[in-house]
Design a protein around this ligand. Structure first.
Ligand code: NAP
Length: 337
């Protein structure tokens, strides 16, 4: 999307949102409609939702409705809506967030400085963290070397590349089992490699996978190495009980072992829970005034497009209230209060 790649039109913003998934884009709709200048910095547009072909549980878009969307289509609508109300979106990876002004005043209102990996810097009165989670890595030899050359973390994106090939899917949760099911439509054989013999995935999906003659369950097994020359040619797995190793002859390895939150660049300003998720209160406030968070990276237990969007709306309104109160004005009252 070339229109996103340039630097923003200015360096000082009321609100800078990190992440352009459902939470970040929704927050932008709310802050822009409160006439707060809003910049979104993100490595992609659409977040996790664009990895889903069919959204069946986003109210307002159902199959009888014209425009019943795929994930990418739904996120395109979110993006258009945020831009329509004035948000700017810049593609870039934020590497630093710093509080440079502990006590903002009307004369000196910019509290935060953000830096991108290319050195660009932006100032903000409010920062909203909505950059979601990233796939957990296995940390085995070959994983990084073959990313994009046989190793994938996105079956929805890459499954069609493995038509009539052997593939392995690693993991025992819904992501892995859904990936395995999808891959049965393209690949000639699908090894589902799991470190235990019990799956976390929903029974209904598990049943479909077990019924497929293309699927071989490789249980109690840990991946040890991904082999190949230019492209993947095999996956070495080790049985955790017998320690025996075996090389699966595969051209594709789908790593579907859950997601983690990266918080190192904001760790001085937020509290995290055991899962390293950012702890927020019901107003999406973190422990640093002016720093808000919404979506999958927070400690809300549900990771859905609709819940992230709802939290984004709360965070946007809370950000507005915070800025009003800094100016000595009353914020918006709670709805219906
Ligand atoms: P998950 O539920 O956390 O499952 C991760 C799987 O990977 C587990 O089976 C885990 O094994 C395994 N694993 C973790 N670290 C590993 C490692 N280092 N080496 C080998 N295996 C490892 O993650 P997920 O499947 O991505 O799902 C995340 C959340 O999204 C879940 O709440 C899930 O229900 C939800 N989700 C829902 C849907 C849906 O509703 N259609 C679709 C996808 C995801 P153990 O079991 O031994 O811990």
């Amino acid at each position: 999307m070339p229109e996103h790649i340039h630097a923003a039109s200015k360096t000082k913003w009321d609100v800078v949102i990190i992440g352009a998934g459902s939470a970040g884009l929704t927050a932008a709709v709310y802050t822009c409609r409160k006439k707060l200048s809003t910049l979104i910095l993100s490595v992609d547009v659409g977040g996790q939702t664009i990895l889903t072909n069919h959204i069946e549980n986003y109210p307002g878009f159902f199959k009888e409705t014209p425009g019943y969307p795929s994930g990418p289509k739904l996120m395109q609508i979110f993006e258009e809506q945020a831009k329509h109300f004035g948000a700017e979106i810049i593609m870039g990876k934020v590497t630093k967030v710093e509080v440079v002004n502990e006590s903002p005043t009307p004369e000196n209102p910019y509290k935060f400085v953000l830096e991108l990996s290319n050195g660009e810097r932006y100032e903000a009165r409010v920062v909203l963290l909505a950059y979601g989670k990233v796939p957990r890595e296995l940390g085995i030899p070959g994983e990084k070397k073959f990313i994009g050359r046989g190793v994938s973390t996105c079956a929805t994106c890459d499954a069609p590349l493995f038509r009539n090939k052997n593939v392995a899917v690693i993991g025992g949760g819904n992501s892995a089992v859904e990936a395995a099911e999808l891959l049965t439509k393209f690949a000639s054989k699908v090894y589902l490699v799991h470190r235990r013999d019990q799956f976390r995935a929903d029974e209904i999906t598990m049943d479909k996978v077990k019924a497929s003659p293309k699927v071989e369950l490789v249980l109690n097994s840990m991946p040890a190495e991904i082999k190949g020359d230019k492209f993947v040619s095999g996956l070495v797995v080790q049985n955790v009980n017998t320690q025996e190793t075996r090389e699966l002859p595969v051209h594709g390895v789908f790593v579907e072992i859950g997601y983690i939150v990266v918080t190192d660049f904001v760790k001085d300003y937020v509290e995290v829970n055991k899962a390293n998720e950012i702890v927020v209160n019901e107003n999406c406030e973190t422990r640093t005034p002016g720093l808000f968070s919404a979506g999958d990276l927070t400690n809300i237990p549900f990771k859905q497009t609709i819940t992230s969007a709802g939290q984004g709306a709360i965070a946007g309104l809370s950000a507005y209230n915070y800025l009003m109160r800094l100016q000595g004005k009353a914020g918006i009252k709670a709805d219906w209060a």
